[in-house]
Design a binder for this molecule. Structure first.
Ligand code: ATP
Ligand code: HSE
Length: 326
């Protein structure tokens, strides 16, 4: 469960009094998520989410994240909209942590991804990229190619205990990736989500029972990077079956719907395999780091790094973008 910072009833009421949201009717801690403490609030003005930003979020970066959500929501994207208090500020402090209230989004994230989820996902991702096009903020991707070698170094001492020979495999994969990575300026860049996993996409049932995206959440890895890299993150996170098989039907639906909304260039399409390898390595490394540094009995559930080693291997052997559904 992820409520690291407990907030007393009294402190929350005093905090809420700074807003035009009416009185507090009910609140509860949300168990999901691993990065921050989240509370669902019921107030006189409706439902909201209160987030207290924990250690892994750099407070200096919060204006970028909150500003981006504000910008995207103002352009019609269904994402949490930071709510300003009476003094006009959305970013505040509560219980010794930076904190913000955002609008609540309806819907549920898919516990089991079906092909029907993938076209609405692709369309929503392309809409996110379009809505972010005129956002003036810039945040380099801390978990992009320049961040992989330092992250791998931090896993070096313990990595082989997870699987013998793992670190040597990752050294080789990293060297290959850095040599093949698209040069600066070669592909379109913009604001990307960078962590659009199923637990960050809410759906509601639309007409005829088809899933429709009702909201995208968790923008705390968002950054300014290659737009097609976001698609590569989604191919990793949405298009593998529990037995490890790549589902090309899901991938075609995802890429096809994205392309209808924002046409991919030939260069972006050609780069998909290397971008997918990069995304697989990024999640492998952060999971490996967490795996080797999270003490047993900690609040958070560690995620399996080796799932992403299998995905990395798959993308390394792909013959070209067509094999990935591109
Ligand atoms: N705006 C929102 N509307 C409705 N529910 C939300 C909203 N924001 C967060 N939630 C709920 O809180 C849960 C945790 O949110 P989130 O994924 O942002 O947590 P986190 O700890 O910041 O991130 P991570 O997923 O990286 O661990 C979500 O699964 C969802 O149930
Ligand atoms: N989506 C990440 C967790 C951090 O957001 C993962 O599955 O490794």
């Amino acid at each position: 469960m992820a409520v690291y910072t407990e907030v007393s009833d009294e402190a929350l009421r005093a905090f809420l009094a700074e807003y035009e949201l009416g009185e507090l009717r009910a609140y509860r801690g949300i168990a999901e998520g691993v990065e921050n403490s989240n509370y669902a609030l019921q107030t006189g003005a409706g439902d909201f989410i209160l987030t207290l930003y924990e250690k892994r979020v750099d407070p200096a970066e919060l204006p970028y994240f909150l500003g981006l959500m504000q910008h995207l929501a103002a352009r019609g994207l269904a994402c949490p909209q930071p709510v300003a208090a009476r003094d006009g500020q959305a970013l505040r402090r509560l219980a010794g942590r930076p904190a913000a209230i955002c609008t609540f989004l309806p819907g549920v994230w898919p516990r089991r991804v079906r092909p029907e989820h993938c076209a609405p996902l692709g369309e929503a991702l392309a809409r996110l990229h379009a809505a972010g096009a005129d956002f003036p903020g810039r945040r380099p991707n801390a978990l992009g190619p320049a961040g992989w070698a330092p992250l791998l170094d931090r896993c070096r001492a313990q990595g082989d205990a997870v699987q013998p020979g793992l670190i040597a495999q990752l050294d080789a994969a990293l060297a290959g990736l850095l040599a093949a990575w698209p040069a600066a300026g070669a592909l379109p860049e913009g604001q990307i989500h960078a962590d659009l996993f199923p637990d960050n996409v809410f759906f509601l049932e639309g007409p005829g029972g088809q899933p429709q995206v009702s909201g995208l959440i968790d923008f705390y890895f968002a950054c300014t990077d290659l737009l097609a890299y976001d698609l590569a993150v989604c191919l990793n996170a949405w298009c593998f079956e529990p037995d490890g098989a790549y589902n090309v039907t899901k991938a075609r639906a995802l890429i096809g719907a994205y392309h209808r909304q924002r046409p991919l260039s030939a260069a972006e399409r050609a780069a998909l395999p290397v971008l997918c390898r990069g995304a697989a390595l990024r999640f492998l490394l952060t999971r490996l780091y967490d795996w080797t540094t999270t003490p047993p009995g900690a609040l958070v559930t560690r995620k399996d790094p080796l799932e992403y080693l299998r995905k990395l291997r798959f993308f390394s052997t792909a013959s070209g973008p067509e094999a990935l559904g591109g």
